[in-house]
Design a protein around this ligand. Structure first.
Ligand SMILES: Nc1ncnc2c1ncn2[C@@H]1O[C@H](COP(=O)(O)OP(=O)(O)OP(=O)(O)O)[C@@H](O)[C@H]1O
Length: 295
């Protein structure tokens, strides 16, 4: 299997702050990877290291087997859609679309034009006059139409309404299916992208706290819900990751159940269901509590 992005002991320090701290991972080619974590966790710094925009303090990062820093061969395979992309002062939407092929050898101009219409952008509009959501749309169009072998989106949805975000997710999945490549998506909207992601890397305080296939994560836990007394009796001898009560009802998140345990739970009047990816990731990042929700 070809590895597209690899890091070994990668560290970026700003003064005494370890923004990225001894991080190692390997992203196989042809996958959609979620880079997830709380504010200030180190996601943007890690993406800057991958794209050669920052120099590592120590450690090593490779894109398609090569160091990305000042490497034109690697640059031609990368597209980094940043939250705060800068454009020349007098640029209009159509200028972005016309210069993009110079940076992205796989640029699909026809697809880009279709996306401009779908995201309802005015080709003549000055970039600096675009709304926050329209500016995000421009970045999304560049990221999708670049067809870059390694495409990285850093919170690409800022200011986008729900319809435009769904449009992005639908296009991402459809276009990725037709043109497989490596897509790294940094987002806080985990449940919105849960169905897109094949792999999740969670970073917290500069360190990777989770690096796992999403299917494996999903299979690792379940919720059991029902009358509080029945839920409590069922989970009494188990490791409870999260517990929530609402009136006389309770929901507990526990490790995956065997078939026999599922039968026992159902016989006790409990419902066994899936856990959302967001909940699993919050839990793995050490952020879950027991909640009492008043009715
Ligand atoms: N150029 C810089 N100089 C000093 N500190 C920095 C610099 N860039 C980032 N940091 C710090 O490094 C840490 C990681 O920042 P980073 O932007 O990578 O986080 P993030 O996970 O992308 O956060 P968010 O989700 O809020 O965008 C933060 O504490 C941030 O303040």
């Amino acid at each position: 299997m070809t590895l597209t992005v690899e890091a070994h002991g990668l560290t970026k320090r700003y003064g005494s702050l370890h923004a990225v701290n001894d991080v190692s991972f390997a992203i196989p080619g042809g996958s959609i990877v979620g880079l997830l974590g709380r504010n200030g966790a180190g996601k943007t710094t890690l993406m800057q290291l991958i794209t050669g925009q920052e120099l590592a303090t120590t450690g090593d990062v490779r894109v398609l087997g090569e160091n990305p820093v000042e490497n034109p061969r690697v640059m031609s395979t990368l597209c980094f859609v940043k939250e705060a992309q800068k454009y020349p002062e007098d640029f209009r939407v159509r200028h972005v679309m016309s210069v993009a092929p110079r940076f992205f050898p796989n640029w699909d101009a026809e697809y880009a034009e279709r996306l401009v219409d779908e995201f309802r952008l005015n080709r003549k509009q000055r970039i600096k006059k675009l709304s926050r959501g329209q500016l995000s749309s421009v970045g999304i169009i560049v990221g999708l139409a670049s067809r870059a072998p390694v495409t990285i989106f850093d919170e690409p949805y800022l200011g986008l309404d729900a319809i435009a975000r769904q449009n992005f997710y639908d296009h991402l999945l459809a276009d990725y299916s037709e043109n497989p490549r490596t897509i790294i998506l940094s987002t806080h909207l985990i449940d919105e992208v849960a169905n897109l992601l094949e792999h999740a890397i969670v970073i917290d305080d500069g360190r990777i706290v989770l690096d796992a296939p999403v299917d494996e994560l999903r299979a690792s836990a379940v919720t059991v819900s029902g009358p509080a007394s029945a839920v409590d009796a069922f989970v009494a001898a188990r490791d409870v990751m999260h517990h929530q009560t609402l009136g006389g009802l309770a929901t507990a998140t526990i490790s995956a159940l065997s078939d026999a345990d599922r039968v026992t739970a159902t016989a006790a009047g409990l419902e066994v269901g899936p856990v959302s990816l967001q909940q699993l990731i919050i839990r793995r990042s050490g952020g879950w509590t027991t909640e009492e929700v008043s009715a």
